[in-house]
Design a binder for this molecule. Structure first.
Ligand SMILES: Cc1cc2nc3c(=O)[nH]c(=O)nc-3n(C[C@H](O)[C@H](O)[C@H](O)COP(=O)(O)OP(=O)(O)OC[C@H]3O[C@@H](n4cnc5c(N)ncnc54)[C@H](O)[C@@H]3O)c2cc1C
Length: 342
């Protein structure tokens, strides 16, 4: 039997190796366990980035070439990015399209799946073949109360995968570091991917990126997330301080965002996160919120109400005022680090 072809999207053009997101390398690692791996890019990856992709055993990079008449802002509209994935999937006869789990990619995945008549699973926490043509996709649902498995039998299948589902690993990590004795495919070949865009009902008039958490990891991909709720009472300072000490991302509940205290929230109608460590500060633990954190490894909660529902799903809890507990935790971590270094 020929090896299945797994197609991934590599978000944004990559000039430097450190611009390649860890979540992309995780996805490639997962893809490798399913078949041979091709990636799609919108820009030209540098030689260094191609070498990195080679270490992860990527065979080919399909560099999308959109009609030049389409302005850059317009190229990034969901319908057009879905057209890129569809064109690539058809070109390489992909068996599986694996995408990151952010809002944008869930939407792109849904549109691409519709056009390809493919089965779609979002928020996956594990993917493997059960049998040739039968893709086993694990997913936690209903606020973490059920672990489910979907069997996708369409060709192709489209799956968005939560960050931190696997550990990113190059092929053949040897003594002395990455790539020593690598059994990777070498430098992947780069091929142009000509994409015809279907008529698009959306016209981008202007685009402005506004982020309050510049310099921190992406919320959807971070391995540590510290989130604040209504209990922060307008001051995200302690939440941000602990996140920065831990090198993590900052999140919030919808109520905290609606109060105007932060800009992005986690939960059923917000972002889904799957960090190794999730810290909930001043968060009650309502189902709408916790449905977005069930992929977390360890859940730590700080709440001044010992009966808060969040404690029922926490691995570690502190009953106390977050304005006192979080700075103490940050200070203790700093002191512990200084002790180790000194
Ligand atoms: C259709 C719909 C969709 C929704 N989607 C989402 C969603 O995606 N994400 C989301 O988050 N919410 C969502 N919500 C809202 C959700 O139902 C809850 O209302 C919200 O999550 C509660 O936010 P909270 O925990 O910050 O506030 P609260 O429930 O008010 O909890 C605040 C907590 O802070 C504690 N506290 C107060 N002061 C302190 C202190 N000084 N120190 C420590 N602890 C303190 C309190 O004991 C309390 O437990 C949705 C609601 C609806 C109707």
């Amino acid at each position: 039997m020929t090896q299945p072809t797994i197609l991934l999207a590599l978000p944004s053009a990559h000039a430097r190796v450190d611009e390649v997101r860890n979540s992309s390398l995780e996805l490639i690692t997962l893809a490798r366990s399913l078949g041979r791996v091709d990636v799609v890019t919108m820009g030209a990856p540098s030689t260094e980035v191609l070498a990195l992709l080679g270490l992860y055993d990527v065979e080919a990079v399909h560099q999308a070439a959109l009609p030049t008449a389409v302005p850059e802002e317009q190229q990034r509209v969901t319908s057009n990015l879905a057209a890129v994935m569809v064109a690539a999937a058809r070109k390489v006869h992909a068996d599986v399209l694996l995408l990151p789990n952010g809002f944008a990619f869930k939407e792109i995945g849904a549109v691409a799946a519709l056009r390809l008549k493919a089965g779609l699973v979002t928020d996956a926490a594990g993917v493997r073949w059960d049998a040739p043509g039968v893709l086993h996709v694990a997913k936690r649902v209903f606020g973490g109360t059920w672990d489910t498995v979907a069997e996708v039998r369409t060709d192709p299948a489209v799956v968005t995968v939560q960050a931190n589902t696997v550990v990113a690993e190059p092929v053949g990590v040897g003594v002395g570091g990455v790539g020593v004795g690598a059994g990777g495919a070498g430098i992947p070949r780069v091929e142009a991917l000509l994409v015809d865009l279907p008529p698009c009902a959306v016209t981008v008039k202007s685009r402005e990126v506004s982020r309050k958490d510049e310099g921190r990891p992406d919320l959807e991909e971070a391995s540590v997330v510290v989130a604040g709720g209504r209990g922060v009472n307008g001051d995200f300072g302690p939440v941000e301080e602990l996140a920065d000490v831990l090198g993590g991302a900052v999140g919030a509940t919808r109520d905290a965002v609606f109060e105007g205290w932060f800009d992005r929230y986690i939960g059923q109608t917000g972002v889904t996160v799957a960090p190794a460590v999730y810290v909930a500060a001043g968060i009650s633990g309502m189902p709408h919120h916790v449905s977005g954190i069930t992929g977390s490894g360890q859940i730590l909660a700080v709440n001044n109400d010992s009966d808060a529902p969040i404690f029922e799903m926490s691995d570690f809890g502190v009953v106390g005022d977050l304005a006192a507990v979080l700075p103490q935790a940050a200070e203790t971590i700093r002191a512990w680090r200084a002790g180790r270094e000194g």
